[in-house]
Design a protein. Structure first.
Length: 250
């Protein structure tokens, strides 16, 4: 039986990934400081970040004479993408919710530990005895739409679609876990994803996004599409918002 050919590392793809990330990181670091809100547009800084993350893969694909489809900008395989994205929510969300409640119960109950919580949240924390269902209004619906279209899609197209793809060409995964590549490319793309979150508030807790980034990157590698990571990413952000509405005075 003939062994499958070993992928040849594409050093040019690695350079393109580095240049694209540095350019985007510099732009985003400046844009997140634009604290202006306009009618119809909303937060200008966030809108500019979304446009940058959507446009960067287009530029990279054009320079490489490729197409966005090569960067996973497609729904196929729809069934597998939906199963992975929704399966992630079913498996992870109950565990995350329990951890969320446990974190605030412990941290907010001890003055010395409150520094580990985001500023002001312990003051707003209602406690498990005062859980309330989130109000289903236009503001919440708008948040859901924004997370899907303005946050998850641009971030996944750039980080998992473009960056992860180029890094996997430079560092082909030597191992596969349930069909998804695991290796240097996954680590680097997840680290890049985590670091891009730091400039907005300078909060080191933002580096925790490295871990969901690993899962999103694995999904992208397994399916060749950004559908599953988009679903998982958007639904994760929505879950956090719903939990905040349940226990915090926001």
């Amino acid at each position: 039986m003939t062994a499958p050919p070993v992928p040849v590392p594409d050093r040019v793809a690695g350079r393109h990934a580095l240049y694209a990330y540095l350019a985007v990181a510099i732009l985003v670091a400046g844009m997140v400081r634009i604290d202006v809100t306009l009618p119809l547009i909303g937060h200008v800084g966030s809108a500019l970040v979304a446009v940058t993350l959507l446009y960067a893969p287009v530029v990279v694909a054009w320079r490489r004479r490729e197409d966005l489809i090569d960067f996973g900008f497609r729904a196929d395989p729809v069934g597998r993408g939906l199963r992975l994205g929704l399966g992630y929510a079913i498996l992870i969300f109950p565990i995350f919710a329990l951890g969320y409640f446990a974190f605030y119960e412990v941290v907010c109950a001890h003055r010395d530990l409150r520094a580990f919580a985001p500023p002001g949240t312990c003051k707003a924390y209602r406690g498990l005895a005062h859980l309330v269902g989130p109000r289903l209004d236009w503001q919440l619906l708008q948040f859901v739409l924004v997370q899907g279209v303005v946050v998850a899609l641009p971030e996944e197209l750039f980080f998992r679609g473009c960056l992860h793809e180029l890094l996997e060409r430079r560092f082909p995964p030597t191992r596969r876990l349930w069909g998804g590549g695991v290796g240097v490319a996954l680590l680097l793309s997840s680290a890049a994803f985590a670091l891009i979150h730091l400039p907005r508030q300078g909060d080191p807790r933002a580096l925790a996004t490295f871990f969901p980034g690993m899962v999103f990157g694995w999904m992208r590698s397994k399916t060749g599409s950004i559908l599953a990571p988009c679903i998982a990413h958007a639904s994760s952000n929505i879950l956090v918002r719903l939990l905040d509405l349940m226990v915090l005075r926001t």
